[in-house]
Design a protein around this ligand. Sequence first.
Ligand SMILES: *Cc1c(COP(=O)(O)O)cnc(C)c1O
Length: 467
Amino acid sequence: MSDSEQQTTRLRQLPAISALLDEMGKEVARWGHSEVTQGLREHLAQLRNDILEGGDASIDVADIRQAVAAQLAARAAPSLVPVFNLSGIVLHSNLGRANLAETAVAAVTAVATGASNLEFDLANGKRGDRESHVEGMICELTGAEAATVVNNNAAAVLLALNTLAMGQRVLVSRGELVEIGGSFRIPDIMARAGCTLVEVGTTNRTHLSDYQAAAGDASLLMKVHTSNYRIDGFTSCPPEQELSTLAADNGMPFMIDLGSGNFIDFPALGLPREATVADALKNGADLVTFSGDKLLGGPQSGLVAGRADLIAQLKSNPLKRALRLDKMTLAALAETLKLYRDREQLPETLPTLRLITRSAGDIRLQAEKLLPVFEAALGPAFQVGVEDTLSQIGSGSLPVETLPSSALVLKPLSGNDAELRALAGALRRLPRPVIGRVHQGALWLDLRCLEDDEATLLVHQLDELTL
Ligand SMILES: *Cc1c(COP(=O)(O)O)cnc(C)c1O
């Protein structure tokens, strides 16, 4: 038989879809008739191509069934899944930032699965305000007159700029023209808000007189917390109180983009100092913008706190409607804020704070316990050790400060880079992917974010590791 005759025969031998469907009752019951039919069509088309290209893929019914069943299962698997964050960065933007508290998760489930009083006033039976569920608490926790909430802090900055200074000039120090990961850049957001950026001073030093010289025809003075870097050495910028006075003297509001929102006294917990929203307001900020899912430990959201007349203007900007929060986020945010009423319990109840305040000794102990488990799972081709390391808070919170921690350090004995990459890949393919950090020819698993119940889960799935 010639090649082309052989191909024609094999094409003719391909099973019919109806015959395959008869064999795949279990899959049809699981995934539905149209999904299985579609899967079969695609697979048969691939087989036809393969035959025409002279390939020898199996056209056996059992093999086709198995291949299509595997494809259907892969298609149904979720794309967005939980992972183990062993990167050493607590608030990792690519890994979802803050972990929600249990009470916040319960509140999300409750409002997601049924109707709620999102915009309904239960006291008088009339239409209500969705922000009523959080505004009072934000004021209580920051000392602000009023507050509003949007999708994230980038949206909060956009809304504030557009409301207070569209078509007008905004003063920002050259040293504060920051870019935050994920393409948030002050000059770009300023342009999109319709404002003209006026750069004041120099990169390392900006004086009150620089602001004064530019203040004449400006409508807003904005200070940006340089949250993901620090300029050291010969630097200066005027204190917030002086900027506040200068803005007031020139009849314009003073706004601070704080980036990471913080409500608590960090040094009291043995952590480095981080400005609080209340400090910024006390120093004379008219508006403060900050994130809900950085140090605050809540869902992705942007909060604005400050003067009642300015907040009212923000709320009546048509953009506000486009940036508003959904019910699930509001539910999670409300419960997160509530936890702050009991400050003593907060390092236990708020996962972000619990992870940040975890002691190095505790993490070390856990690492030593896990060491033999990893040695057994990886086999003799790898060396496993416990090393001191430094975690970061992440998401631009306290960028220069680090937290002493411990890591499991996994190293191929061969020193081979491909083997190291294969190990990292195998850990990422586990049912709950494990994300570490490659450093100095080894894979570092910083255990700061591995709480004890999660460690059990991690140990159990190591049986499935295939190197
Ligand atoms: C993180 C950050 C933002 C952006 O906040 P998102 O909540 O990520 O949108 C804006 N400004 C500063 C200073 C930040 O640190």
